[in-house]
Design a protein around this ligand. Structure first.
Ligand SMILES: [Zn+2]
Length: 330
């Protein structure tokens, strides 16, 4: 009780000695003397969480897309812009759908902000979007302004990329919070071991698969993934094309692939409209293929995170799905 009274009197002294708004603001800032880390996409957020580990009293970690808005449709709100402008560490992927970041970084008020663009970390291993036989393309208008190569931004879907990217995130976090360096590095090493064993499990799954071709009745963000394990694919649309309508030619091409290769699965990505997959199936000879979802982590929301979703749990689900789909059941 005495303590409470004391606190109250100190507080009123503070309030009634005519201090300016500026002083109050700086007192608030002092009180919230935390390291602010902002991540755009879910994988970055989750990796950062893993590296920070349990000692996060002095950390504010923000996942910008926690509403679950798909990364290709997200645009930052005014509040998001403010959060970015004075953060200490900003981590983004840097693909086409994050072109808004350039503008956001122009308004930065913290001169010491550390920024990581993960596609730069990959350097030459970043891949251009691949247009494959049978795909719906975005017609001629694309060709006109195609001097610049379009890079596939779904870099996190390679577990091997994830290992590289996590190491880069760790380096930056260590610079931002040097007193936690040893801690972060230990957390990184433990996490890299998990990624490594996941990678080996995917490799074993692929090596022992009776089917090595995936047909997507959908967009195809998994190129980094299938390349890692020498799996082949066909898809209705490139990367994350904004197209939603598949022509009869595309549907017929994919149906024929299912027949030719005797495949019993059509893949879609999370939150997909399955109508294209259904059309593909109805044009096959058997008409009894299953539609199966692979999660590309493009719209993981706060609720899913609250229920335990992580990069590892989602990739593990993808692994289980692929084991079931690509291995013979005869
Ligand atoms: Zn995408």
């Amino acid at each position: 009780m005495l303590k409470k009274l004391l606190t109250l009197s100190v507080l009123s002294a503070f309030l009634f000695t005519g201090c300016s708004a500026g002083q109050i603001a700086s007192a608030e800032k002092q009180e919230d003397n935390k390291i602010n880390i902002v991540c755009t996409l879910f994988p970055e957020y989750d990796w950062t969480r893993e590296i920070l580990g349990s000692q996060t009293e002095n950390i504010n970690l923000t996942y910008l897309l926690e509403s679950g808005l798909e990364l290709h449709t997200y645009q930052p709100s005014a509040k998001d812009m403010l959060t970015i402008s004075d953060c200490d560490v900003f981590i983004y992927t840097g693909g086409e759908s994050e072109s808004w970041v350039d503008d956001a970084l122009k308004t930065v008020s913290n001169p010491d902000m550390k920024v990581i663009r993960l596609m730069d970390v990959l350097g030459d291993s970043a891949k251009e979007e691949e247009v494959k036989e049978g795909m719906e393309t975005e017609a001629e208008e694309e060709e006109e302004d195609s001097d610049e190569p379009e890079y596939d931004e779904h870099i996190w879907l390679s577990v091997r990329n994830a290992e590289l990217l996590c190491s880069a995130v760790c380096d930056t976090l260590c610079e931002a919070v040097p007193e936690q360096k040893e801690n972060y590095q230990a957390n990184l090493n433990a996490y890299l071991e998990k990624l490594d064993s996941l990678d080996k499990e995917f490799q074993t799954m692929a090596d022992t698969a009776s089917v090595r071709t995936l047909v997507f009745g959908d967009r195809f963000p998994f190129r980094y993934f299938t390349d890692d394990y020498q799996l082949d694919y066909y898809a209705a649309f490139v990367g994350c094309s904004a197209e939603t309508k598949a022509s009869f030619e595309t549907v017929a091409f994919l149906s024929k692939k299912l027949d030719e290769l005797q495949l019993d699965t059509v893949f879609v990505i999370e939150n997909a409209d399955t109508s294209i997959a259904e059309s593909i199936i109805s044009n096959t000879e058997q008409k009894n293929q299953k539609i199966v979802t692979l999660n590309s982590m493009q719209s993981v929301n706060a609720e899913a995170i609250g229920n335990g979703a992580s990069y590892l749990t989602i990739m593990q689900e993808n692994l289980d799905t692929l084991k079931e789909a690509l291995h013979s059941h005869e």
